[in-house]
Design a protein around this ligand. Structure first.
Ligand code: GDP
Ligand code: MG
Length: 442
């Protein structure tokens, strides 16, 4: 998965301050493969990669993130933005009652189960009076199945028989709902095993007859790539208003979510996460993005790094550099700022397990130690020495090394690092400290 893929590439990208064409090309190839592995359809993947590339180029690498982590942050954010919608977990019930919800989808997608789940949710959390009806006169026991889940949900059920026409059933149920003051009428329909012209016509005429406020396309997440064709067929036939993605409790990688979203342009509103009637959740785009990418909470990591880089402090430092006053005190402050983030090891801990291992935790703890040692060396200097590093001749260096318990070479290393940073900072305009912090941490 992406985690494994990226961890291989990440190492080659350390120490770079910005995402560029060159340093992201290889990463983007890996992202592309990961999306394909997660069963996102090929045309959708192509479109996504173009978008992600646009977003990523020029992106600054913030805080203690490496460019690899930063790119993953961009990918995750983009996927979340594509799949996310403010109407997730909500239904439009703004209609002259009863508000009608029409369910559409292939056989076995989870329509009938979802009717029960929605009825329960509407009743329990929205305090709605719900009526359900089945227009599935083809599948044996389909009507009885709906009756059972409706009873479990505590919703009213409008009985129908297999000898009736779906349109008749729908009309009668609507009439009944009006006369009995139901807030919501949920209409279950028949699905075929595949796309079928007669089925499409039937649901289209049901749609015309009922004029529903919500037309929900129910789709099985396990369909993977095949979800694309189904979604396209239903989207061409019906003005869909939302998607219910079912069976997410299975081992589907979730690529179907992205494909269906891209094909229909319609929000995924709910996720089915169990067979039971309480197994319905508002669709969570961020979680789905993680699932598709196969990784832990990268976004939290990105946010943490952003929070911890004190922009104001950075600005002051940048001003100081411009006036030529950047000294070892400032250098030390920066190092401690990095340590406030909990050290590199701590950040790495927030990555998914495989990633953390692959990113060579050992490297990180070595780097952490290095940072602590650097701080110790600067602490052994007098305030005057910190302000004027040019005072540091051999004897002073020996004294500092002894004080910090290190070799003189180590003191020289710190001074070289400081000089390097001083030069680097002179090249930056004000407010670009984040980049430098990125460079330091990597
Ligand atoms: P329909 O043909 O579209 O009406 O599909 P059903 O509602 O009859 O569901 C088909 C099968 O999928 C049934 O065995 C359901 O219990 C199961 N099912 C539906 N939704 C979910 C879900 O979110 N998770 C799991 N694990 N099973 C589900
Ligand atoms: Mg059914």
């Amino acid at each position: 998965n992406l985690t494994d893929r990226l961890s291989r590439v990440v190492k080659t990208m350390r120490g770079q301050a910005r995402l560029t064409e060159e340093n992201t090309a290889e990463m983007l190839r890996e992202v592309r493969l990961a999306l394909l592995e997660a069963d996102v359809a090929l045309p959708v993947v192509k479109e996504l990669i173009t978008k992600i590339k646009e977003k990523a180029l020029g992106e600054e690498v913030i805080g203690s993130l490496s460019p690899g982590q930063a790119l993953v942050g961009v990918v995750q954010k983009e996927l979340t933005a594509i799949m996310g919608d403010p109407t997730a977990g909500k239904l439009n019930l703004a209609a002259q009652p009863p508000a009608i919800i029409l369910m559409a989808g292939l056989q076995g997608a989870g329509k009938t189960t979802s009717v029960g789940k929605l009825a329960k949710w509407l009743k329990d959390t929205q305090k709605k009076k719900v009526l359900t009806v089945s227009c599935d006169v083809y599948r044996p026991a389909a009507i009885a199945q709906l009756q059972m889940v409706s009873e479990q949900a505590g919703a009213d059920f409008f009985p129908s028989t297999e000898s009736q026409k779906p349109s008749e059933i729908a009309r009668d149920a609507l009439d009944w709902a009006r006369r009995h003051y139901h807030d919501v009428l949920i209409v279950d329909t028949a699905g075929r095993l595949g796309i079928d012209e007669a089925m499409m016509q039937e649901i289209q005429s049901l749609h015309q007859l009922l004029n529903p406020v919500e037309t929900l396309f129910v789709v099985d997440a396990m369909l993977g790539q095949d979800a694309v064709n189904t979604a396209k067929a239903f989207n061409d036939t019906l003005p869909l208003t939302g998607v219910v993605l079912t069976k997410l409790d299975g081992d589907a990688r979730g690529g179907a979510a992205l494909s269906v979203q891209q094909i229909t342009g319609v929000p995924i509103k709910f996720a089915g996460v169990a067979e039971k009637l309480d197994g319905l959740e508002p669709f969570d785009a961020e979680r789905m993005a993680s699932r598709i990418l196969g990784m832990g909470d990268i976004l939290a990591l990105v946010e943490q790094a952003q929070k911890n880089v004190d922009i104001e402090q950075a600005q002051k430092l940048a001003d100081k550099v411009k006036k030529g006053g950047f000294d070892l005190n400032d250098f030390r402050m920066q190092i401690s700022q990095m340590r406030q983030m909990g050290g590199l090891g701590n950040l790495i801990d927030k990555l998914p397990a495989q990633f953390a291992q692959a990113a060579a935790k050992q490297d990180m703890s070595v780097a952490d130690k290095q940072v602590r040692r650097t701080q110790g060396i600067i602490d052994s200097m007098t305030p005057q020495e910190r302000m004027k590093p040019e005072l540091l001749k051999a004897s002073r260096k020996r004294r500092i090394a002894a004080g910090a318990g290190v070799q003189v070479q180590e003191v020289n290393r710190v001074l070289a690092q400081f000089e390097q940073m001083q030069t680097m900072m002179k090249q930056f305009k004000g407010g670009k400290m984040a980049r430098m912090l990125g460079g330091m941490a990597a």
